[in-house]
Ligand binder design. Structure first.
Ligand SMILES: [Zn+2]
Ligand SMILES: [Zn+2]
Length: 102
């Protein structure tokens, strides 16, 4: 089950809803990771892989899913998100749990 949190930058007020930095966020099938998109300067949840051992896995997902692509701009200029604000580079603080998804 995946967990999403709200993160806020105290310095510039930028807010995002994201999985924690440096962790893989797992649903029943999809595996996401928070990445920093260098094209749109946003922290985005990027599909990284599929859990092929899951009972909900279907082979047709492979063609439908786009891996390691920014869901906003479809760019591939991504870096692992380390928990820093993409706007000003300061550290972001977890403020609360946003949602639990599956
Ligand atoms: Zn900031
Ligand atoms: Zn982007």
């Amino acid at each position: 089950m995946g967990m999403t949190y709200n993160y806020k930058c105290k310095s510039c007020g930028y807010e995002i809803s994201s999985a924690p930095p440096n962790t893989l966020d797992r649903g029943f099938v999809s595996i996401f990771r928070a990445e920093l998109c260098n094209d749109c300067k946003e922290v985005v949840q990027v599909l990284k892989d599929l859990d092929r051992s899951s009972v909900r896995y279907k082979p047709e997902f492979e063609e439908k899913c786009k891996f390691l692509i920014c869901p906003r701009c479809e760019g591939t200029n991504l870096n692992k998100w380390e928990g820093k604000c993409p706007k000003c580079g300061k550290g972001m603080k977890k403020v609360n749990t946003d949602k639990i998804w599956d």
